[in-house]
Design a protein around this ligand. Structure first.
Ligand SMILES: NC(=O)c1ccc[n+]([C@@H]2O[C@H](COP(=O)([O-])OP(=O)(O)OC[C@H]3O[C@@H](n4cnc5c(N)ncnc54)[C@H](OP(=O)(O)O)[C@@H]3O)[C@@H](O)[C@H]2O)c1
Length: 225
């Protein structure tokens, strides 16, 4: 039958590359994208392309219905937005705050609630794309305030999901992908998307029960919370 992965946010960048690489390895790939018709040309025909807006509970419910309790070996929660940037400490407008928090925090919460049991039943992995800038311990600048706060909150989603679904058999982790050349990372980033995802897949492939509730970077090193 092969293994099954659901990638939430697979139209571009890191999420698209996860879908492409797992499909090339023979996995059954379900790719959740806001605009599936746009993503079709980038993804192999074997990929089950489904509409998914992580900020829309009806959209998550529709995907849940489509999957019909299908067990998942891997759930990759990748969808994310960076929101407004500023060099110093600048509070965001409400609309910008809501968009970042709904995408980066409420979306992952809803996805874990919807699909966590399908992963646990398969003793699978929930891999959540966080960022080292969400680390409270490593915080060293006031830029990207909203994004930083969203990833710090996302890290708590990971820890609490690990408490809920770890004892049921899942491994839940936060991953920092490095600084990657995508629309979000920009052209000056250190890592190409292909190598970043190859590294992340190696980290995911090496996880064990003891990894539940941990935060790793793309080299497999622990990141402090
Ligand atoms: N690139 C980096 O250097 C870096 C560093 C640290 C962490 N990360 C994290 O890694 C993840 C992927 O980043 P990336 O660099 O690949 O970003 P990206 O190139 O900007 O791509 C973001 C992806 O998220 C999707 N997305 C956004 N909002 C969504 C929503 N409401 N519903 C469904 N999908 C949605 C986008 O879909 P659309 O095409 O529909 O917009 C796109 O597929 C993010 O969580 C990011 O925070 C990236």
């Amino acid at each position: 039958m092969g293994k099954t992965v659901l990638v939430a946010g697979a139209s571009r960048g890191i999420g698209l590359e996860f879908a492409v690489q797992y499909a090339a390895d023979g996995w059954n790939v379900i790719a959740g994208c806001r605009n599936p018709e746009q993503a079709r040309s980038w993804l192999p025909p074997s990929v089950d392309l489904q509409a998914l807006d992580v900020t829309d509970s009806d959209s998550i419910d529709a995907l849940l219905w489509h999957l019909n309790d299908k067990p998942l070996d891997l759930l990759i929660i990748n969808a994310g937005v960076s929101g407004p940037d500023a060099l110093g400490f600048v509070a965001p407008e409400v609309q910008a705050f809501d968009q970042v928090m709904h995408t980066n925090v409420l979306g992952p919460m809803s996805l874990v609630q919807a699909f966590g049991s399908a992963v646990a039943v398969e003793q699978g992995v929930i891999a959540v794309l966080s960022s080292r800038v969400g680390s409270v311990e490593l915080a060293d600048a006031a830029n990207m305030l909203t994004y930083r706060c969203s990833k710090a909150a996302l890290n708590m989603v990971v820890k609490t999901a690990a408490c809920e679904f770890g004892p049921k058999g899942a491994i839940v982790v936060a991953l920092h992908p490095g600084w990657v050349r995508t629309d979000m990372g920009g052209p000056n980033a250190h890592l190409g998307v292909t190598e970043a995802v190859e590294d992340l897949r190696e980290v995911i492939g090496g996880l064990s029960a003891g990894s539940n509730g941990c935060f790793f970077d793309y080299t497999g090193r622990s990141v402090p919370w």
